[in-house]
Every structure is written in C-alpha cells, then in structure tokens.
Design a protein around this ligand. Structure first.
Ligand code: CTP
Ligand code: MG
Length: 247
C-alpha cells in the first residue's frame, strides 16, 4: 500500500548506450557534442530541469560507464542525484539495467532517450503530472506531417507494393520522456520478452493490456538520428542560447 504521508518521488532513466550507427562514424551518439557540450549532458539537464525529478540514472555504453561518470562529474545538475550503470546490446536491455538500479521509494519513472537532448521542461512536467494524476503510462506525441503507407517489404532498392494507408488523423509520432507508474513499468519489462516487436517502453505496457495515454509532445523533443538532425539541433540550441540564456 502506498503511504500517503510519503512524498511521491520521480526518477528518470536515460538510455545512452547506443552506438549511433545512423549518425555515421564517430564516438557513441550520446557523447557527441551539440554546441560543444555532449548530447548526454543536455539530456540529463533536461530531466534535472524538472523540480519533480530527484534522481537520474544514466545507462552508459557497456564498457564506458567510468568514462561517462567522469564526464558527468565535470558538470553540475543542481540537487539532482546521478547514478551511472553500464547498458546492454539492445535499448530494452539498457532500460532494464537502468530500472534495476532504481532505489526503493521511487514511485514514478521516466524513460528518456539521450538522443532527445532538447526536450523542453514543460513537456517533462506534463508527462509527470499525468502519471501522478493516475495514468499508469504516459507518452508525449505529435500528429504526423507525412502520410504513412503500409507496404510489403522488399530488399532495398526494389519497388515495394503498398498494402494500405492508415488514416493519418488517427496516428501520432511518439517521443520521450515516457512516464510510468513504477510497478507497471517493472511488470512490463519482466513480462514482455525482447523481440516481440515493442520498440518503446509504452509498447511493453500495451502488451500487458494496461492503458497508455498520449499528451502533447514538442517539436524540439525530436530524436537526433541522422546527420541532418544534428544541423537542426545545433540551430535550436543556438537560438536558445541567443534568446533564453540557455547554456
Ligand atoms: N540505446 C541504448 N542501448 C542500446 C541501444 C540504444 O541505451 N543498446 C539508447 C540510445 O543511446 C538512444 C536511445 O536508446 O539514446 C534511442 O536509440 P537510437 O536513437 O536508436 O540510438 P542508437 O541505437 O545509438 O542509434 P542507431 O540505431 O542509429 O545505432
Ligand atoms: Mg538504435
């Protein structure tokens, strides 16, 4: 039974163990810089910017945890506590390792991609508030600009037959941080087997049959995936530094 006299505590798990293959050769993606500062540092700051977040668990590349710890120690994140753990081969495994490091007393868990360094704090707070008001799983998302086609996949370069066009008004592109009631997220990770097709944490919760809701996401919460995304991220950062005093 939850103890009503104890304050709700929120932690963020940041999977940052990916290589960033689609970004091209170089350091692991989370350690590449934006405006001279590693993407991971921006992502940790984005979580620490929320007054509700008291702990951030960073999931580092499998052999890079000591290096990441040293890097983060060079920056200040206010009163937010930091833990660094090594990640795994897949995103799901990395998130699992982050969840395993959560101490007792955490009730709400955010999972946030290091590759979304510029998510605004209002989006983070909206996700947390919706979990705290009773939703077990909350996902920030935006309507799609492009029409989406379903196809019969063929080897690269071959023409692919179209099998359908889902109604665009019913589709949303989801972002992070995704927010969860801790018990629900742990159960989802314990129950759903890797490779069953869930590509995000909310997808695992859906497989449990638990309800997932969407709240408005933000354009600046885009994921840095390909080289062009770096150009956009640098531009957003430069504008923030010029207008908001963002560091
Ligand atoms: N991630 C992780 N552990 C993995 C794979 C991915 O922690 N084994 C993290 C990434 O570091 C990233 C987030 O999951 O912050 C989203 O993944 P993605 O954007 O796909 O990043 P990468 O896997 O690094 O990129 P790519 O797929 O292009 O290699
Ligand atoms: Mg990946």
């Amino acid at each position: 039974m939850p103890d009503p006299s104890r304050p709700i505590r929120t932690a963020a798990v940041i999977p940052a163990a990916g290589r960033g293959v689609r970004l091209g050769p170089g350091a692991p993606k989370a350690l590449r810089t934006l405006g001279g500062t590693p993407m991971l540092v921006h992502a940790v700051r984005a979580m620490a910017a929320s007054r509700a977040v008291s702990l951030v668990v960073v999931v580092a590349p499998p052999d890079g945890a000591p290096e990441v710890r040293t890097l983060l120690d060079e920056h200040s994140f206010g009163r937010t506590e930091l833990l660094v753990v090594p990640g795994g081969e897949t995103r799901q495994e990395s998130v699992r390792r982050g969840l395993d490091a959560l101490p007792d007393g955490i009730d709400v868990v955010l999972v946030h991609d290091a590759a979304r360094p510029l998510v605004p704090v209002d989006t983070v707070d909206a996700v947390i508030a919706t979990v705290r008001s009773g939703a077990p799983a909350v996902v920030p998302a935006l309507p799609l600009a492009d029409t989406v086609k379903q196809v019969e996949p063929r080897p690269r370069g071959e023409a692919e037959p179209v099998t359908g066009t889902p109604e665009r008004a019913l589709l949303r592109a989801v972002q992070t941080p995704q927010g969860f009631d801790r018990e629900t997220l742990l159960k989802a990770h314990d129950t759903v087997v890797e490779g069953e097709g869930a590509t995000d944490d909310a997808g695992l919760v859906e497989r449990l049959g638990a309800p997932v809701v969407v709240v408005p996401g933000h354009e600046e919460a885009f994921k840095v995936t390909r080289p062009l995304d770096l150009v956009l991220a640098e531009a957003v950062l430069a504008r923030r530094r010029a207008t908001d005093g963002y560091v």
